[in-house]
Write a protein that binds this ligand. Structure first.
Ligand SMILES: Cc1cc2nc3c(=O)[nH]c(=O)nc-3n(C[C@H](O)[C@H](O)[C@H](O)COP(=O)(O)OP(=O)(O)OC[C@H]3O[C@@H](n4cnc5c(N)ncnc54)[C@H](O)[C@@H]3O)c2cc1C
Length: 503
């Protein structure tokens, strides 16, 4: 949708073909859990979208996008008797840190001062095509912030040593754990700082009315420029002749001719299913045989008759919740998942959605969504309950395990459940073919699959080796998350090849 908007702006005729019966992919929502409740089907909180210069340039509020947020950004109920809380206001957060461990507030304030100076350039560098020369050049010249920038290369476990208490390190670790990078590895620090600082900069915003609001605004903007969208139109083949794209073929057999195709599919789907093998460069075909997915995902949504009955009420209600017993547990879980084991006590990312956006469900109720990561290839279950088939029996048992995690923090949670929907890895993939076993990142986010290594190829760009065909999904640099980076890079590559039709 981002690529389509940029190409329509440049005067090209654009057609978006969507396999499912609705637009949006991992940015969509529905009323499938309960008719009075809106739940997101995949992505929920959009701080990257709010900070992305790519999306800002599209003026989406003019096309109906309204963003909203909860009273507090992020909360992590801890095992003793309270919460680690991130407020949007840095000073308020810092004051909370100081009550737990004197001096930690000052560390946060210093971090924030650096972020205010260089944060926009960091985000711009991350979402831009590689190499992001202008923003990166400014960062390299900013000698005052060199220490801070250097710290971003550290593993999270080293980065947090500047804090003496556990509160902010736990919040940072939870944010790093949204990716599949271990807190022991370089890259995890960057992910943690970016998400956490964006929590202070923009809040963890959501589109009012559901994640679908962002997709709907993109679609409305596209149509206003003459672009077309077609749902229930699965592309089953991308055609090329003598190394040049000629168009696509749909499941119905219909052919759509095109000078350029932006494939917003996973890299393996593009190179191993949609393209004829003879059109795939040998080094890309080889790279695809060792493509490394990020872990799978398991999602549960609840419609609650009342608010979550927290054992200890937080001082301000957070939108995003992290549930883990400790920072070490998050790292151990990821190690287990990589080894094919389902954790006994999964790390959960959850959202109090009605707290964040009052339109999600009737007043006094709460729409809750949660997900956790699971192995791409199951070997065993640390809880000795699952068989690894992810059929309804496995899914319901594992959903019970997640629900029990919430029940421990909020006794009476289960009594408030009006309805529950479980989206296991198979269901997520059925809803969106890009989410292979629920993988949310289009491939691992570890350093060996970043920038010029992404996706497993070398090249760091949307180019595919076929003229006129570009990869525009999260499998391409800069990877997963709702920020528009891959689509924008693909659109720029199309324009570099075909030029603009108008300005
Ligand atoms: C459970 C979950 C939670 C997440 N939470 C967040 C979050 O809170 N914040 C955040 O920033 N990110 C989050 N993400 C990640 C983010 O949503 C994705 O990284 C991002 O949406 C990927 O965008 P994309 O354009 O690559 O593909 P997608 O959003 O996956 O869209 C791809 C589209 O292509 C369609 N398609 C696939 N194959 C074909 C075909 N052959 N023909 C036609 N159409 C096809 C699919 O149906 C789909 O609509 C989450 C993801 C998941 C799964």
């Amino acid at each position: 949708m981002v690529a389509a908007n940029y190409l329509a702006d440049a005067g090209h005729d654009v057609l978006v073909l969507e396999a499912q019966a609705h637009l949006g992919g991992a940015v969509s929502s529905d009323r499938g859990v309960h008719p009075d409740f809106v739940h997101d089907l995949a992505s929920t909180f959009h701080p990257l979208a709010a900070a992305s210069p790519i999306l800002a340039a599209l003026d989406l509020p003019d096309y109906g996008l309204v963003r909203t947020k909860a009273p507090a950004v992020l909360g992590h109920p801890h095992v003793r008797d309270g919460w680690f809380l991130q407020h949007e206001d840095v000073n308020e957060t810092a004051a909370g840190l100081d009550t737990l461990s004197s001096g930690d507030g000052e560390v946060l304030v210093r971090m924030w001062e650096h972020w205010q100076a260089v944060g926009d350039d960091i985000v711009r560098s991350l979402v831009s095509p590689f190499p992001p020369t202008k923003a990166t050049g400014r960062l390299l010249r900013s000698s005052r912030h060199r220490g801070f920038l250097g710290s971003l290369a550290l593993p999270l476990d080293m980065l947090v040593r500047q804090f003496s208490g556990p509160a902010y390190p736990t919040l940072l670790a939870g944010n790093a754990a949204h990716s599949d990078m271990s807190n022991r590895l370089p890259g995890s620090g960057l992910m943690a700082i970016v998400l956490t600082m964006l929590g202070h900069q923009t809040g963890f915003v959501v589109p009012r009315g559901g994640a679908q609001g962002l997709t709907d605004a993109l679609a409305a903007r596209l149509r206003s420029r003459g672009g077309e969208t077609r749902v229930s139109s699965e592309v089953t083949r991308i055609e090329s002749r003598a190394g040049v794209t000629t168009g696509v073929v749909l499941a119905s057999g219909e052919r759509c001719a095109a000078d350029a195709v932006v494939a917003c599919v996973s890299a393996p789907a593009l190179y191993q299913q949609l393209l004829d093998p003879s059109a795939v460069k040998p080094h890309i075909a080889r790279a695809m045989t060792r493509f490394e997915w990020d872990p799978g995902t398991f999602r549960v949504d609840w419609a609650l008759s009342g608010p979550i009955p927290w054992r200890h009420e937080p001082a301000a209600a957070p939108g995003t919740l992290h549930i883990a017993d400790s920072r070490a547990q998050m790292t151990q879980n990821l190690t287990a998942i990589r080894a094919g084991r389902v954790p006994l006590r999964p790390f959960i990312v959850a959202g109090q959605m009605t707290t964040t956006d009052a339109t999600r469900s009737p007043s006094g109720t709460e729409a809750v969504g949660a997900y956790t990561r699971i192995p791409q290839a199951f070997r065993s279950d640390d809880g000795a309950q699952l068989r690894g088939r992810w059929d309804s029996s496995d899914c319901e048992r594992f959903a019970d395990r997640l629900q029990q995690r919430l029940e421990e923090q909020a006794p009476g949670f289960s009594d408030r459940v009006l309805a529950r929907r479980v989206l296991g890895p198979k269901e997520l993939e059925q809803l969106n073919a890009n989410l292979v076993n629920g993988a949310i990142g289009g491939g691992t986010q570890r350093l060996r699959n970043q920038v010029f290594f992404r996706p497993n190829l070398g090249g760091a760009g949307p180019a595919t080796g076929v003229r006129g065909l570009f990869l525009g999904s999260a499998s391409a640099h800069p990877g997963g998350g709702v920020h528009g980076g891959p689509g924008h890079s693909a659109a720029l590559a199309v324009l570099a090849q075909f030029g603009r039709r108008s300005t």
